[in-house]
Design a protein around this ligand. Sequence first.
Ligand SMILES: Cc1cc2nc3c(=O)[nH]c(=O)nc-3n(C[C@H](O)[C@H](O)[C@H](O)COP(=O)(O)OP(=O)(O)OC[C@H]3O[C@@H](n4cnc5c(N)ncnc54)[C@H](O)[C@@H]3O)c2cc1C
Length: 431
Amino acid sequence: MEHTPFWWSAAGEPAPLNDERPLPTHADVVVVGAGLTGLSAARTLARAGQHVVVIERGPPGIGASSRNGGQVGGGHRLPAVVLDAQYGAETATRLLREAHIDSVNFFHDLLDSESIECDWQAVGRFRGNWTQREYDAAARDTDRLNRRIGLAAHTVPRAEQQAEIATDLYCGGTVFPTHGAINPAKFTRGLAQAARDAGADIHSFTELQAIRREGHQQRVETSRGAILAGNVLAATNGYSGPALPTLQRRIVPVPSFIVATEPLGENRVRDLMPAGRVYVESRVRHCYFRPSPDGERLVFGGRAALFPVSERLAVSQLRKLISDVFPELGAVALTHSWRGFTGFSFAQVPHVGTVDGVHLAMGYSGNGNTMAPYLGHKAAMRILGDPEGETAFAHTRFEGRFWHRGRPWFMPAADLKFRVQDLWDTMRHTR
Ligand SMILES: Cc1cc2nc3c(=O)[nH]c(=O)nc-3n(C[C@H](O)[C@H](O)[C@H](O)COP(=O)(O)OP(=O)(O)OC[C@H]3O[C@@H](n4cnc5c(N)ncnc54)[C@H](O)[C@@H]3O)c2cc1C
């Protein structure tokens, strides 16, 4: 079995850029991290005439961006009632509109204007509900969303679910017709090219070590020398480390694990997922899966654990989750297994803002293919002082916790809590 993302077999491995050229000593903006956030921000800034240097610890895209599940669509995780309670109806509506509509439009504009070829498939998303109570809540939420932001989502009751997916595991679900699928490695590579075409200077194998204020400027110390910058944007999400200590305390890195099966044949894959969509579920273990772009395989991800575990354990957990959803696939051969870190904010909603004089956009909480490019662009516009930088995501909560100093020691306990919660939900409700 290969331990690199399945996507790389079609897109190629993320390739280094400029790691032999000397780093510039000055820049208008230094962007830390060359994933979807950093590359999108760099593109916007460079197009506005800024001298932008992107520094990346590995090759561009080596973080979550080129290894994710390739599911596209920004808002299915944000229930309107929760956002209403936390932010008030007006801000909640803006958050929902930006997540469900504006970020998806931004994604399509990017593909069109930069001619990014990334196997985009407009297949829609089915979100399966784990319990009847969740289905009832999802039906109310879908109705609210459709009325408030003009989304054309619809619910599918359990009795009609087999037209979407060949499983009885879920108690019905919601279909988001504007969502879809990509090869995320191709998307990230395309965005890196777009940023370079705009004039951004991307340096791989260049690790941020510290940021120090020097008058009105920031001295960005890296493994390959220092850069004096007017502004710094942290685009490090689930990979934020000790060089950004205040951000590290506000973001929890949650690992997510994925496998790809051997080719099963288009007919068999179509039998499993008749609607051919991308699929997620409301269960806290949160499985997400889809056909591969050629329709031959199942690509299946989930929280095999909430903390890094051995490859063997991750694969055996994913096998179990696969056979929960598709019992006949329990013994299927797997060809690829890989993992990456998602970045969760404590509010589980992304945030754009400034902490300790450093700009940031992060906290996508596992849902970044449209949100990261969109909020990277917003963060860039804010640096430029452009009114287009206004976003409701600048008003979301982004606090730390006194007990989280950087190393997420509490994740094994959280893992246990979520497993118990899943069991409890399963026992308590009609399934
Ligand atoms: C397994 C998995 C599956 C997912 N599935 C989906 C999905 O199906 N749909 C979806 O919408 N989202 C999904 N996501 C989430 C999505 O991938 C992320 O939200 C998105 O890629 C975040 O982009 P980013 O640019 O902010 O961060 P990343 O792509 O993680 O980039 C951060 C970069 O910062 C660099 N960095 C960190 N520290 C430093 C430093 N000190 N110096 C220099 N560089 C540094 C890292 O090397 C990394 O490349 C998934 C994530 C994972 C891990």
